[in-house]
Design a protein around this ligand. Sequence first.
Ligand SMILES: Nc1ncnc2c1ncn2[C@@H]1O[C@H](COP(=O)(O)OP(=O)(O)OP(=O)(O)O)[C@@H](O)[C@H]1O
Length: 233
Amino acid sequence: MIEFRHVTKRYAKDATTTALFDLNLSVAKGELVFLAGPSGAGKSTLLKMIAAVERPSSGSVEVNGQDIGRLNATGLAYLRRNLGLILQQQRLLADRPVLANVLLPLIVTGTPRDEAEKRARAALDKVGLLDKAQADPLSLSGGEQQRVSIARAIVNRPQIILADEPTANLDRVSAGKVIDALKAFHAVGVTCLISTHDDNIYQPGARVIHLAQGRLVGDTQVPQAAPQTQVAS
Ligand SMILES: Nc1ncnc2c1ncn2[C@@H]1O[C@H](COP(=O)(O)OP(=O)(O)OP(=O)(O)O)[C@@H](O)[C@H]1O
């Protein structure tokens, strides 16, 4: 479903750093993938390329069999509607209540108000924040704000969720809730790619792609959780 073919990315013509170098990667529908690697390894760049927010300097990125570098404006809009993007620099609108923030992508795509409100409330419910629908975003904790961002990202029922360090700066409990919310989407077949510096959030059975200096240096699987041993009575 997602295919990187020999993707190299340099941000500027004279850049000395190569954000991604000759990257080849296939991610199948429904996979849960963590992107690991030190700061500057290329994790955010990789995620942004799937959404065509950044373009390859060479090579190609395919989503659902389509080279996204060749999409016209309509094709791009369609691609992005099927993506739930949770980027680091995205912020909630502070001057609107939580519900209005989650409604935004639906309003943009012309969903009728009643239907939009129903879906926005359902999305907030899925991340456990329906009771905060009318709250001011700034009155929420960092973890709650991040879960509102997830609700906003999934309200259009995307096939793919791309989350860039969704647990950065969160304590263990808040990070756990954010990951649980993402896991719930993976459980219903949504493909999830999550970049992180925190290997505590890896899930049993998930795939971990390791990047270093723009190169893919490892592709591993988190061991499945050991079955609980029965204690004989
Ligand atoms: N908009 C940009 N313009 C120029 N260089 C950039 C830009 N974005 C990223 N880079 C450079 O590309 C390289 C990869 O950055 P990227 O943000 O993809 O790494 P990362 O693994 O996500 O890092 P972090 O974990 O710190 O978020 C770095 O050297 C970075 O400085």
